[in-house]
Design a protein around this ligand. Sequence first.
Ligand code: CMP
Length: 139
Amino acid sequence: AIERTLSIIKPDATRRNLTGQIIARFEEKGLRVVASKRIKLSQAQAEGFYAVHKERSFFGELVEYMMSEPVVVQVLEGENAILANREIMGATNPANADEGTIRKDFAVDVQENSVHGSDAPETAAEEIAYFFSACEIVG
Ligand code: CMP
């Protein structure tokens, strides 16, 4: 089925000017960018987005990192987009990521892992709505 998923190009990647190379990976694999914006997250936005992780030891560091530089938030659309994007990204920890994935090729470490992608249909819907209104998404 055609799905939509939320992608974030994270601060380590925008800082190193990798935005275009990362978007090209999505497009090469058949995902389409149907919404996009470059923003600097506030503390409230970063904490709210990652609220599910608020009890984790790395939460404070994660929020500081996500606020440290601009991010590019996007909605990607395509056949099985949620799983397809996860395959294009590779494992959360680049040490475990497969060859040819974004995280294998670009990530710094498990925190500065270059991209975020929604993990399931319910979270995709929530995460898309967190950053975009319906009229900002043009398929
Ligand atoms: P993401 O897929 O966006 O979901 C949660 C994020 O927390 C993850 O990518 C990493 O950026 C970060 N993260 C996950 N595990 C760790 C960890 N063990 N230490 C530090 N950061 C982590």
